[in-house]
Write a protein that binds this ligand. Structure first.
Ligand SMILES: Cc1cc2nc3c(=O)[nH]c(=O)nc-3n(C[C@H](O)[C@H](O)[C@H](O)COP(=O)(O)OP(=O)(O)OC[C@H]3O[C@@H](n4cnc5c(N)ncnc54)[C@H](O)[C@@H]3O)c2cc1C
Length: 500
């Protein structure tokens, strides 16, 4: 590894890549971060600005059960982190329902007959549940009953994934709705709010405040990139990584990147930290991985996403942060009101900005629809669900996000396992981190914790931590005593490493 200019070449300047860079540069290591986007850092957690109005790629709540991740956010942004109230609703059958559901409101809006049918179908599901549920549908029906599943889960979930709830793995439900049951929803609605003593016991779906950067999530990642640069790290935009070659003789990696104007550049590092989609990574590795591993990469699928950002005259039609649109009569899946996330998301208080979210596959009809037609569709649907008059919309833009969601279908687990085993065997000093980097449908806190642990493995020169043991809440769970300790204090493994 003589003359190797970088401790690590980091692919991607999203939360995972920048967290790894931050941790390594803080410890005096040289790193270079290569980001394909020519303008923004932050990845899916960036904030796009259009004429001074700010749009997230989906509203990004900053909430983690890991105290260490929360502390890191405070360390990076300090007082620019706001504490915001959460308010969200579901639109279904021409009505708005508070979300998390308030059982009495929901029952009164559903009407007496439908309510009785829901209760009966809930009791039926509880008395004879499907043993070992495999699909999303089986899992949710077991938990809530067939009728509530159809009303409050099916249409939205199928909009998000573009496939039947029967094809979606129960893993996804268990992860995303974990801890939420009819019982916890009723308790939450009826009892006075008491915060559990231990952060890890919070039900994420039910929390009623969250933190949010003053200017959107991108503000966090701009600040992080700035700190990395000020400590001597490089964060280079407009660098699309196309190859990762390991050289046995020098025991180092050479990463090839293409710039927007077609130049090819090479960067050498002792380690590679990759947050690019794992499907892409396996194709790029040299020496080439075995054929079955490349085939497993091809099986991994993604769901894509676009936001139509609209700027409207403020009529105070709704104050919620977001509204899920379960109604099958429109294509839009969710509407965000960014001014409710932070008043500074708009430069002029006479206006507000909404994000209408459409789930699609790259290249399908929605994805390829021209921008002006998408804006027209969003205006029409906004009026159809009663959230604004189309005439109040003064301007709009479209933000496309490929590979927003790694798909959890029947085979994904097996294929990820094949890839993971092969990379362990063939690729020394290669660290997979983050959401698409590990094909895990997880939030920023998970991406950050995997990156922190990967950085600590690099600093230690050995694999102290298994990044695959970080759960969806950004907590590190390892079997044995150490893991049990990190469970108890809710700070994760990193707390052990730093002695906090
Ligand atoms: C609709 C939606 C809502 C969400 N809401 C929340 C929320 O409320 N709270 C929360 O915490 N999280 C939320 N998330 C999840 C959050 O966005 C992700 O967990 C987080 O951004 C993952 O970080 P990452 O660094 O792993 O990946 P990414 O954010 O995907 O970043 C990866 C980066 O790598 C770059 N890259 C990829 N390939 C290459 C290449 N070949 N060469 C160079 N660069 C490359 C990409 O351009 C990108 O910048 C949401 C996600 C979505 C889609």
């Amino acid at each position: 590894m003589r003359d190797c200019p970088n401790k690590a070449v980091i692919v991607g300047a999203g939360p995972a890549g920048l967290t790894a860079a931050y941790e390594l540069t803080k410890q005096g290591q040289r790193v270079v971060v290569l980001e394909s986007d020519p303008e923004y850092v932050g990845g899916i957690s960036r904030t796009v600005s259009y004429h001074g109005y700010r749009f997230d790629i989906g509203g990004h709540r900053f909430f983690s059960k890991s105290g260490e991740v929360e502390d890191l956010w405070t360390e990076i942004l300090g007082t620019d982190m706001l504490q915001r109230p959460r308010s969200s609703k579901i639109y279904y059958g021409g009505q708005f329902y508070a979300y998390p559901l308030k059982p009495f409101e929901a029952l009164s809006k559903l009407g007496i007959i439908e309510s009785c049918l829901c209760v009966m179908s809930f009791l039926a599901a509880r008395t004879s549940p499907t043993p070992n549920p495999r699909s999303f549908e089986e899992w949710v029906v077991n938990q809530f009953g067939e009728r509530l599943f159809r009303i409050f889960f099916k249409t939205y979930t199928e909009k998000v994934w573009g496939m039947s709830c029967k094809e979606i793995s129960a893993d996804w439900a268990a992860q995303r709705i974990k801890g939420l049951s009819l019982g916890s929803a009723i308790k939450n609605a009826l009892l006075p709010k008491r915060q559990p003593k231990v952060r890890t016991q919070l039900v994420k779906t039910l929390i009623d405040t969250f933190r949010y950067p003053r200017l959107g999530p991108g503000m966090m990642w701009d600040a992080c990139a700035k700190k990395v640069r000020s400590m001597g790290g490089e964060v280079l935009l407009g660098r699309n990584v196309t190859g990762c070659r390991f050289d046995d003789a020098t025991n180092s990696w050479t990463v090839t990147a293409r710039t927007a104007d077609g130049r090819v550049e090479e960067y050498r590092g002792e380690h590679v930290v990759s947050s690019m989609p794992v499907r892409q990574l396996v194709e790029q590795i040299e020496p080439r991985l075995p054929e079955d591993v490349l085939r497993s990469g091809e099986f991994l699928r993604y769901r894509d996403f676009l936001t139509v950002g609209l700027i409207l005259r403020e009529r105070n039609r709704f104050q919620d942060n977001w509204i899920y649109i379960h109604d099958p009569g429109v294509k839009v899946g969710r509407v965000q009101n960014y001014k409710s996330w932070s008043p500074e998301m708009v430069p002029d208080s006479k206006y507000c900005c909404y994000g209408l979210e459409y789930f699609c596959f790259e290249g399908d009809g929605l994805w390829t629809t021209p921008e002006q037609d998408l804006i027209a569709l969003a205006k029409k649907e906004l009026e159809q669900v009663g959230l604004a008059a189309a005439a109040d919309v003064v301007d709009g833009c479209v933000i496309r996000q490929p590979k927003a969601y790694p798909v959890y279908d029947d085979g994904y687990k097996r294929h990820v396992e094949i890839i993971r085993t092969a990379l362990d065997a063939h690729c020394p000093n290669l660290h997979l981190v983050g959401r698409n980097g590990m094909h895990k449908y997880n939030n920023q806190d998970h991406a950050m914790m995997t990156a922190l642990l990967a950085a600590r493995n690099i600093l230690a020169g050995e694999k102290l931590y298994d990044v695959w043991a970080v759960n969806e809440d950004g907590e590190y769970h390892e079997s044995g005593e150490a893991g049990a300790q990190s469970d108890k204090d809710g700070n994760g493994a990193a707390a052990r490493a730093t002695g906090t």
